[in-house]
Design a protein around this ligand. Structure first.
Ligand SMILES: C[S@@+](CC[C@H](N)C(=O)[O-])C[C@H]1O[C@@H](n2cnc3c(N)ncnc32)[C@H](O)[C@@H]1O
Length: 430
């Protein structure tokens, strides 16, 4: 059978959602990713990209829609906004699809066949939950526009609100163009907005090209004209260091009764209700297993270390980022938690060799192999792996499964309307 070519049209039956913006079906037996399709649908599609093993296609017409298709809640979705990928799928069906993605990854990549039932945690707020968004800016004097990149492109779709962001972010968005014009900082290329679901305060980070240092004379009084914005940082380069120019240094958030301060570039889960679901799962595990010594190997500002320290005799938090460690130390003090100790570094470089519980919560890339080797030497009785990427989770579990069995699996839909989710895996030493 000849291989399809770009521009060819086919009818396709879509069976699953993949870990991306696409649904999956087959054309001439070849796996085909169909942008914004839905499982159970039949569609007329056009091939847009041909790869060695896969095809990509766009929908020309949906011949029979799935019962799980719904009108997207945000008007920008149908115009190609890349901020969300699954708004066309009902929320319950999004969770079904995430569960399938997880099972697929654990069995195909992780080689794990007999698994415990997955405990599903539906989103408490499917919209208006995000406390953190990053937008691209096109500021051509005197016009200032900002938005998410379009799916699979570098083009920016200008927006003036985001349906999954918390209301304080949307209030701030309505004042940003005027602020940029007022400060005459037209070379801004990106902006980050962070808010606290607890206080409603908004932190704005204006990001400029690498090497460019804007000379802004800003005092706190400028914020009086922009009441929806409570602090401003500037940053040179997308990976640069934020530099405070007005307002408070940190945001504060209360999570399951504990108080946290968060810096402009320290990690914090972007959905407070979802974070509280994760903390509940972590607390359930620690209360059952009652560790003497626990290590939180990717601790950030201590979101899991402090709740664990409430049960363990001693808790150690590690993070590569010195700013996160400084704030975690401050957060422990503010909450009067004295048995938590924080250090900048990573597991393989840690002097501690004994612990009965280790928490892993790495970025999307998963755990460093040297840290997994160090974990083997520490040999904790229990590991809790909290992951935001099922593919790297599965890869790491395939290594850990030589010495650990999966005792529990929780799926938390922390990012409704997108294909992302969190998984918590409870591992027991064999
Ligand atoms: C997904 S965040 C989790 C932070 C924290 N557990 C939370 O939920 O707020 C991952 C954190 O791991 C840190 N990190 C990345 N690689 C690391 C490594 N090899 N060892 C220690 N920390 C690392 C990052 O700086 C970041 O703060």
């Amino acid at each position: 059978m000849t291989k399809p070519d770009i521009g060819d049209q086919y009818e396709i039956q879509l069976t699953d959602l993949s870990y991306s913006a696409a649904a999956v079906g087959r054309i001439n037996g070849i796996v085909t990713f169909v942008h914004r399709g839905g499982p159970g649908e039949t569609a007329q599609v056009e091939i847009t990209r041909v790869q060695k093993r896969h095809l990509h296609a766009r929908i020309n017409e949906i011949i029979s829609p799935s019962a799980d298709r719904c009108p997207p809640p945000c008007s920008y979705f149908d115009n190609g906004c890349g901020g969300c990928q699954w708004q066309h799928i009902k929320v319950d069906a999004q969770l079904d699809a995430k569960e399938q993605v997880l099972i697929e990854a654990l069995s195909r990549i992780g080689g794990l066949s007999s698994l415990p039932d997955i405990v599903r945690h539906p989103p408490l707020q499917p919209l208006a939950y995000r406390n953190h968004i990053r937008l691209a800016v096109t500021a051509v004097q005197p016009q200032v526009e900002f938005g998410f990149k379009q799916e699979g492109s570098h083009d920016v779709l200008p927006i003036d609100r985001c349906e999954i962001a918390l209301p304080p972010i949307n209030r701030a968005l309505s004042q940003i163009a005027d602020l940029i014009k007022d400060l005459r900082c037209f070379r801004v290329v990106e902006l980050t907005l962070r808010t606290s679901a607890t206080t409603g305060e908004v932190m704005l980070i204006l990001i400029f090209p690498k090497g460019y240092k804007p000379r802004l004379r800003v005092t706190d009084s400028v914020l009086q004209n922009y009441p929806a914005i409570h602090s401003i940082y500037i940053q040179s380069g997308v990976r640069g260091q934020p530099f405070q120019i007005a307002g408070r240094e940190t945001l504060s958030e209360t999570v399951s009764g504990l108080y946290f301060e968060i810096g402009p570039d320290t990690f914090f889960q972007n959905n407070l209700a979802g974070l509280e679901q994760l903390v509940g799962i972590v607390q359930r595990h620690t209360q059952v297993n009652r560790p003497t010594v626990a290590i939180d190997a990717h601790c950030g500002v201590g979101a899991f270390t402090l709740p664990v320290a409430e049960t363990a005799k001693a808790a150690f938090g590690l993070d590569l980022q010195a700013e996160a460690i400084a704030l975690a130390t401050r957060n422990a003090k503010t909450n009067d938690i004295r048995n938590a100790d924080f250090r900048a570094g990573h597991l393989a470089k840690l002097g501690i060799v004994k612990a009965d519980l280790v928490l892993l919560n790495p970025p999307r890339g998963g755990c460093w192999s040297e840290d997994l080797e160090a974990l083997d030497r520490i040999a904790p009785q229990h590991i809790l792996y909290i992951s935001c990427d099922p593919t790297t989770l599965a890869r790491d579990l395939s290594k850990l499964s030589a010495r650990y069995e999966v005792g529990s699996l929780d799926l938390v839909d922390l990012f409704p309307m997108t294909y992302h989710f969190e998984t918590v895996v409870g591992l027991r030493r064999l």
